[in-house]
Design a protein around this ligand. Structure first.
Ligand SMILES: [Zn+2]
Length: 252
């Protein structure tokens, strides 16, 4: 098979060893996600599927310099446990697990690691630990969600409800329609939610911008450039803080 393989799990140990020893691999992505309710119409794997897509596509853009770890599929989703089927782990378990995956990559010779997140509930737990993790690992490691890379004007150009990422509404429904339409159960869409504003076209456009943004972030990490990119979400009144968005999210 001639397909370019970027997930570490798709490489043999010989292939990984050769690529690290001859300096081919310059960075790795650790995708972090969730398996949690996404209203009535999106499948609970949404965040895992979307961040896995972002990791693969960004790594392909920089092929063969970047590889991706297997996506961590269950995150911190305690705030959705009232919806049966949601899976969650305690924040301290989650963050330590992510740390150990980064440590394994470091021990394998990786010097730049982007923890690429696809679930809002993981942001605060991870951000509270990143300074310590950076010190303990002693390599170039950072945490960002893929939506952090969106230029503000692009978000407001596409999002009619001016919210991103939101939860299973306009943005995530658009992404699902573009990336994995078989996971959208349109008949079960709640009419009062902004999910109905989701379109395949918005999803395709915004997915492409995010892939480019993540690839650019990795390129800067590899080049050792200074990066100023704080975790953020976008709301109707401009970019809002992750804390505020989390509170909004918890209502639905
Ligand atoms: Zn989601």
């Amino acid at each position: 098979m001639s397909r370019q393989r970027v997930f570490i799990g798709d490489l043999t140990r010989k292939e990984f060893r050769d690529k690290i020893e001859n300096g081919t691999i310059k960075a790795a992505i650790v995708p972090t996600a969730a398996t949690e309710q996404h209203l009535e119409h999106l499948e609970m794997i949404h965040d895992t599927a979307s961040v896995t897509y972002m990791a693969e596509q960004a790594a392909l853009k920089l092929y063969p310099d970047v590889v991706a770890a297997t996506t961590i599929p269950i995150g911190v989703s305690e705030h959705w446990m009232k919806h049966k089927g949601t899976l969650t782990v305690r924040a301290e378990i989650f963050t330590e697990y992510v740390y150990d995956v980064c440590d394994a990559l470091k021990r394998g010779g990786v010097e730049n690691i982007l923890i690429l997140n696809g679930h809002g509930g993981n942001v605060r737990p991870m951000m509270s630990r990143m300074e310590t993790f950076k010190k303990q690992l002693g390599i170039n490691v950072r945490f960002n969600s893929y939506w952090d890379t969106y230029p503000t004007d692009v978000v407001y150009q596409y999002m009619e409800k001016e919210r991103l990422p939101g939860h299973a509404d306009e943005y995530e429904t658009s992404m699902a329609l573009a990336l994995f339409p078989h996971r959208v159960h349109a008949d079960d869409m709640e009419q009062e939610s902004s999910s109905k504003y989701g379109t395949k076209e918005k999803g395709e456009a915004l997915a492409a911008v995010a892939v480019n943004g993540v690839a650019e972030l990795l390129r800067k990490m590899i080049a050792g450039e200074e990066i100023d990119l704080e975790p953020r979400t976008f709301g109707p009144d401009g970019a809002v803080s992750m804390v505020r968005d989390h509170l909004i999210e918890g209502k639905r």
